[in-house]
Design a binder for this molecule. Structure first.
Ligand SMILES: Nc1ncnc2c1ncn2[C@@H]1O[C@H](COP(=O)(O)OP(=O)(O)OP(=O)(O)O)[C@@H](O)[C@H]1O
Ligand SMILES: [Mg+2]
Length: 615
């Protein structure tokens, strides 16, 4: 098997989320769409009636039997067996169920018959015993030992950093700071010659993660609720309410990385609490201080070991919790903070990048010094190969976007519906021409679709806006949504268009905290920065009133002017202009104007004939 054809899958099995990516030869890594609204899926398991369901299915079933549900099998890896439902389950069976699901999803998505190697990543500090559990879990998942490789998360992240065109040069050190849901892992790496990295120090805390922040916020919610109503706090502790509250709190926390305030719904009540970023920051300050301290300690340990340079530190932040702005600014006191790629998936992508070394390495051991990947540095040409700008194909004149079912950042499969269009000949579905992450999506209901207009890009998750313009174009697929005989009447052109910035039908808002009815500090569908707006690339806006003014004038003049023959003539003329302007699209207003003026004309013609006949 040569380097050019080897098919690899990397699975980053995390405390709360599992992400995966695969790669064929030296092509761009492809992220496996595991999540419902993002690339990762929950690592959760639900064990009921002798079977184990995983991911979103497990999350949905947890209310049925909370004691059959475990949201984080990884954090219970030391327990050997855990009790779920009415029996004990070996932990490797539960982790194996998650890995099996991911492996099978990746095979389906890639269309490949098998992967030549499957790489599982793990925290640097994991003992051989834990890695042994991971290996046995892989076996249970049907991943044979000869294909299995394991790799440290920090090295995977470091290679991703290099793959994206950055490097650690001169005296610099890289500190990979991975703040996930369950743990905070810190590793200090230096370049080992030109060909590898060496870990010179590590640290962190296995009991510090995003879930601790969630727990702190839940405490705050209970305190606030108790002040509002002493009964309320007790009601929020009921099992179903507690589960829902945990979800609302986590969503609010994630929203606060982008917004100034978030609303937390109190389940089972009509009440909500507003949490500002400032309050949130004062709540999490001790955790942030602790994370910075862990980072300093790891660097100090590396310095004390006396190996390698002691120059400037690059703090490469990975893991979902590192998205918190306050944390990033606190870490800037330690070194230059770098955030490259989506922090929740860089490990899954980076685990694919080590080349020959990883393939000859024994599954049992991961050398700290790994070979430099043979991948060429990322260039526009490499991006080009995997990404496309998407444009409307030839569409009938007057075709209007009626619904948008996708959003920027979403992972799509080739052919997956992105939007529906109402055309004079019926409803059409627009599908993605290639698979990947959607970028800069510019589709809004009420806008006329113009053939050839670019409305987004599909490609790797970290495709940068400045690269979009250089991509090849690909026309979106277009299919009839319904057979013409059942086609519903086209969207009337007089229907008020959706305001720019309004969420599209079927559009999933990024955070529950921004759902309608909640405080919305930011537009839920913001314009995409750097992406060409409507104009040569986007659609053409329907006149903002949305009302066919000629049709309306034709109706009014036709009615009021009927007593004068001229009124009917002018009304008819205005109606005809209105019909022309609507490019063949008829709506109730136009039909009414037409009807009134036809009746007026018939009445005047009959009157003329009667005058002539009667002399
Ligand atoms: N935008 C955000 N702001 C703040 N926290 C976030 C954000 N996005 C995700 N998180 C948090 O990050 C955590 C998940 O991150 P990640 O997927 O990296 O963890 P993990 O890999 O499952 O955990 P670990 O690495 O500890 O095993 C969750 O606690 C989640 O709430
Ligand atoms: Mg992780």
């Amino acid at each position: 098997m040569t380097q050019e054809t080897r098919r690899r899958l990397c699975i980053d099995f995390g405390t709360s989320n599992t992400a995966a990516a695969y790669r064929v030869g030296l092509a761009e890594p492809v992220i496996v769409p595991l999540g419902q609204s993002g690339p990762a899926m929950p690592s959760a398991v639900f064990a009921g009636e002798g079977t184990v369901v995983v991911g979103h299915d497990a999350v949905h079933r947890r209310v049925q039997a909370p004691d059959a549900y475990e949201d984080s099998p990884k954090s219970r890896i030391d327990e050997g067996e855990i009790e779920l439902g009415d029996r004990f389950w070996p932990i490797e069976d539960l982790i194996g169920a998650v890995l099996r699901h991911v492996h099978q999803t990746a095979l389906r998505h890639s269309g490949l018959p098998a992967f030549d190697s499957v790489i599982l990543t793990h925290p640097d500090k994991w003992s051989e015993r834990r890695k042994g559990v991971l290996r046995r879990a892989a076996e249970r998942a049907g991943i044979s030992a000869d294909r299995l490789r394991i790799a440290s998360e920090s090295l995977a992240a470091a290679w991703y950093y290099v793959y994206r065109g950055h490097d650690v040069t001169g005296d610099e050190r890289m500190c990979v700071f991975d703040f996930g849901a369950g743990t905070c892992d810190v590793a200090v790496l230096i370049r080992a010659g030109a060909d590898g990295f060496t870990v010179t120090g590590s640290g962190g805390d296995n009991n510090l993660g995003g879930r601790d922040l969630d727990a702190r916020m839940i405490r705050w919610v209970h305190d606030e609720a108790a002040e509002l109503d002493p009964e309320l706090s007790a009601r929020l502790r009921a099992p179903a309410a507690a589960i829902a509250l945990a979800d609302h709190v986590r969503a609010a926390k994630e929203a606060l990385s982008d917004t100034a305030q978030a609303v937390i719904e109190l389940p089972g009540t009509q009440r909500t609490l507003l949490l500002t970023r400032r309050e949130f920051e004062s709540m999490i300050a001790p955790f942030v201080e602790r994370a910075v301290e862990l980072t300093r300690d790891a660097i100090a340990r590396a310095d004390a070991a006396g190996t390698g340079p002691k120059g400037p530190v690059i703090v490469y932040v990975t893991g979902g919790t590192s998205s918190i702005p306050m944390l990033q600014s606190a870490l800037s006191s330690v070194g230059r903070v770098a955030r490259i790629g989506d922090p929740k998936i860089v490990v899954a992508q980076g685990g694919l990048l080590r080349s020959t070394n990883v393939d000859v390495e024994e599954a049992g051991g991961v050398p700290q010094n790994a070979a430099r990947p043979t991948d060429p540095p990322r260039s526009v040409t490499a991006v080009d190969a995997a990404a496309r700008r998407i444009a409307f194909p030839t569409v009938p004149p007057g075709t209007v976007i009626s619904g948008v079912h996708a959003r920027s950042g979403q992972v799509v499969r080739a052919g997956e519906p992105l939007a529906t269009l109402d055309s004079p000949s019926g409803r059409l579905t627009v599908g993605a021409p290639v698979a990947g992450t959607l970028h800069g999506l510019d589709l809004r209901p009420g806008v006329v679709a113009q053939a050839g207009a670019v409305f987004g890009a599909v490609g790797p998750a970290d495709l940068r806006p400045e690269q979009w313009a250089q991509l090849h174009r690909a026309p979106a697929g277009l299919t009839a949504a319904q057979p013409p005989q059942h086609t519903p009447p086209p969207q009337p052109r007089t229907a008020p268009p959706q305001p720019v910035g309004a969420p599209a039908a079927g559009y999933a808002p990024p955070h529950p905290g921004t759902q309608p009815g909640h405080a919305q500090p930011q537009a839920p569908y913001p314009p995409q920065p750097g992406y060409p707006p409507p104009g040569p690339a986007g659609g053409q806006q329907v006149p903002s009133s949305g009302v066919n003014t000629y049709g309306l004038a034709g109706l009014i003049v036709g009615i009021l002017g009927f007593p004068l023959c001229l009124g009917t003539i002018v009304g008819t003329a205005l109606t005809i202009i209105g019909i022309n302007r609507a490019e063949g699209r008829r709506d109730a207003l136009l039909m009414a104007a037409l009807g009134v003026n036809i009746l007026g004309t018939i009445a005047w013609v009959a009157f003329g004939i009667w005058v002539l006949v009667s002399g």
